[in-house]
Design a binder for this molecule. Structure first.
Ligand code: 9Z3
Length: 333
């Protein structure tokens, strides 16, 4: 347990080591926060999946998808949420499966899922795809049969081949513990593992030792919150947990001028292989790939947008190509 220049504060029972500015060392984070109760089950499922695909010599991608929550109370009534409905992750999962990958889909509970996304209730209710028959059964409405059949074929194939593992998180601590554990388990695959970090992860949180136990009461008027900074987990992920796997992180910005500089700064700071920059408003049309020596913009044309081409159909083949280079030569180019 270490940090240089660490200050110790003791609120509640647990000592918090920080740098005096509320920034905790990632290793310390795991010592002072409680692992989620379902971590052993998560590890068991993932171990079995990784062993299965290691024996088959398959490439495996760990996709993180959806936003994390930051609870405000230990017995949580309120929480801060992060923007992301999981569309990027779920869509990418399908294209990775098409490219031959086995996919670990680590997603926020109730966020968008691969294949199901084509029939999500927010666009049309689940029951609206079906109708009752006179024989007392249920059938898919004729106008949806063709699309549902196509999607079901691909979904069934992924399941039959045991190439899609669904794992869940909700809160920031759940995400971080599972990311650490998941990355270490995938590290057994060495270069054949890819980490595709599309989840929108909170930058700020309240450590459980600084959190109130019960529901915050409104009788005292307005509420002022002090949040600590989440430790920079990409650092240990790159240097310790993920061994030789290819690491792809996403950088989300709302100011165009910041996108490329911030994406490149992340690449240089953590020393991983690819940062994909995207803007909040145009994330479905344009992304920028940043690698150590290259910068490449991928954009959908108007015609592609009009015909519902998905940008992930271009992102994933490009990553698969980079990954092949990585496996062959240890370089992305
Ligand atoms: C992304 O940038 C994803 O592409 C989106 C996808 C969250 C924009 P949706 O799920 O959106 O399709 O609605 N993910 C990473 C966001 C993030 O938190 N990045 C951190 C940062 O920008 C680095 S890990 O600093």
């Amino acid at each position: 347990m270490t940090t240089m220049n660490a200050a110790i504060s003791t609120k509640g029972e647990t000592p918090i080591l920080d740098n005096g500015q509320g920034v905790i060392d990632p290793d310390v984070y795991f010592e002072v926060n409680k692992a989620p109760a379902d971590l052993p089950e998560f590890e068991e499922k993932l171990n079995a999946f990784v062993d299965y695909h290691k024996a088959k010599n398959n490439n495996v991608v760990l996709i993180t998808s959806g936003g994390t929550t930051v609870p405000l109370e230990n017995q949580t009534v309120r929480f801060i949420d992060n923007f992301s409905n999981g569309n990027r992750g779920a869509t990418s999962a399908e294209y990775f499966l098409e490219a031959g990958y086995a996919v670990v889909f680590m997603h926020r509970t109730n966020s968008i899922q691969p294949y199901h996304r084509h029939f999500i209730p927010s666009q049309r209710g689940f029951l609206d795809y079906m109708r009752p028959t006179e024989e007392g059964s249920v059938e898919v409405r004729p106008e949806y049969v063709e699309k549902m059949h196509q999607v079901l074929l691909r979904y069934e194939k992924a399941k039959q081949e045991n190439r899609l593992l669904l794992l869940e998180f909700v809160t920031l601590p759940q995400y971080l513990f599972k990311l650490q554990s998941g990355a270490k388990i995938l590290a057994r695959l060495q270069e054949k593992a890819m980490y595709y970090l599309a989840a929108a992860v909170s930058d700020f949180f309240i450590p459980s030792s600084k959190m109130v136990e019960h529901k915050i009461q409104s009788r005292d008027g307005g509420l002022t919150l002090t949040l600590d900074q989440v430790p920079k987990f990409l650092k240990p992920l790159v240097s310790n947990w993920a061994a030789k796997g290819l690491i792809v992180s996403f950088k989300l910005e709302t100011d165009t001028n910041l996108l490329v500089p911030k994406a490149r700064a992340a690449l240089e700071r953590y020393g991983h292989q690819v940062v994909i920059g995207n803007m909040l408003k145009t994330r479905r049309q344009t992304v920028t790939f940043i690698t150590q020596h290259t910068e490449k913009v991928i954009t959908l044309t108007k015609e592609e947008l009009d015909t519902d081409v998905e940008i992930e159909s271009k992102i994933i083949p490009e990553l698969a190509r980079i990954h092949q280079n990585w496996i062959k030569s240890g370089s992305t180019e």
